[in-house]
Ligand binder design. Structure first.
Ligand code: MG
Length: 366
């Protein structure tokens, strides 16, 4: 791994909130990654919805497999650009830790339940998980990750919340960027979900080949596949197209970002933070990627089947929230014990941490 001057450097980390001695065999970012992999929130990603509710089928993406795909794409881009692969991997594996059960439907429902209590943001919740909710150490709460990992995990944040976060929130107030490694994960997240949603959408029957062919990016790659293979099934064709789309998007990000780096020539991570975002698609592919995203929103996320799930998910979350607000004692003692937060926040933390099936079972019991 050849690190460029603009890469994040574990030897120059802005440090952890609680001072710890250095490890003899791992750098600080590798240590952060290992802490995430051993966390209970990470294990629970296996049973959380990406688009399809976990019990709908074993062959669809979950938040765990999504996070692993994001990490694979991030590492490749980071390596190519001379950024720190370990930090990119860490941020990727942690980027969805704060997600509620039932994907975006769950997050929207919990946000509306929490409206008068300060709201609920899943990015902020991911930071809350690593800073506070994981309790694995006797001397402190949270995983005590480095500033660089925490900065990357907090992808978005409202100004109101940013003001309460200290140095980690400053970039939202000053409109600065995070490290290149964090920018890489953001774009890798988009590449991963657009492509795996095409794949899952096709296999679930929500999307068909004809509809997919309306997309510039998809049809462009499909034409290449047609030139090579004349007699393959639609399923094989989807696989061939998806892998080409992923490949094309990754190559495009690497080429365009390298151009941006050559123009702006950041000398270190501090330059990166005050420059415009440097990790990006070319303008052509950005348009095509956006077209695909809009198509998926309409054809998949607004599909009656998924919309039905969204409605059920919202009802489940609302039912649980209403119950716990009336009876906060129903929250397991080991979860709420010695919490200084207001009860609504403890309830939001508890519900956000649930897996899909745990939430369904808990709501059924009421
Ligand atoms: Mg994601």
């Amino acid at each position: 791994m050849i690190l460029k001057a603009y890469a994040a450097d574990p030897l120059k980390t802005l440090g952890r909130r609680y001072t710890e001695s250095k490890s003899i065999n791992r750098n600080d970012f590798q240590r952060d990654r290992d802490r995430i992999i051993h966390s209970s929130a990470f294990r629970r990603l296996e049973y959380k919805t990406q688009v399809f509710v976990n019990h709908e089928g074993d062959m669809f993406r979950t938040r765990l497999t999504h996070s692993i795909e994001v990490s694979q794409i991030s590492r490749g881009i980071a390596r190519t650009l001379g950024c720190h692969e370990d930090l990119a991997e860490t941020i990727a594996l942690a980027h969805d830790l704060g997600h509620t059960p039932f994907g975006h439907a769950g997050q929207d429902a919990l946000n509306s339940c929490m409206k008068i209590h300060g709201g609920f943001e899943h990015n902020l919740q991911s930071l809350r998980v690593v800073d506070y909710l994981e309790r694995r150490y006797a001397s402190f709460d949270g995983l005590n990750l480095t500033f660089e990992s925490r900065e990357g995990i907090l992808k978005h944040c409202s100004i109101k919340n940013a003001k309460t976060l200290g140095s980690i929130g400053d970039r939202f107030i000053n409109k600065h960027q995070p490290s290149l490694e964090a920018q890489i994960v953001n774009i890798a997240d988009e590449i991963a979900y657009n492509n795996h949603d095409v794949d899952d959408g096709f296999r679930s029957g929500l999307l068909n080949f004809k509809a997919l062919m309306q997309n510039t990016l998809f049809s462009r790659c499909a034409k290449v596949v047609d030139q090579i293979y004349s007699n393959i099934s639609d399923g094989q064709k989807i696989n061939e197209v998806v892998r080409r789309m992923i490949h094309l998007l990754i190559e495009d990000v690497c080429t365009q970002s390298q151009k941006n780096l050559d123009v702006y020539q950041p000398k270190n991570i501090y330059d990166v933070r005050i420059l415009p975002p440097l990790i990006d698609f070319s303008s052509d592919l950005k348009k095509e990627q956006y077209e695909l995203k809009q198509f998926l929103r309409h054809a998949m996320y607004e599909h009656p089947h998924v919309a039905k799930m969204t409605e059920n998910a919202g009802n489940t979350i609302e039912k649980l929230f209403a119950h716990y607000i009336k009876q906060p004692k129903a929250i397991p003692e080991n979860f709420s014990m010695d919490r200084i937060d207001e009860p609504a926040r403890v309830i939001a933390d508890y519900i956000a941490g649930m897996t899909d099936r745990f939430a369904i079972q808990a709501a059924e019991k009421l």
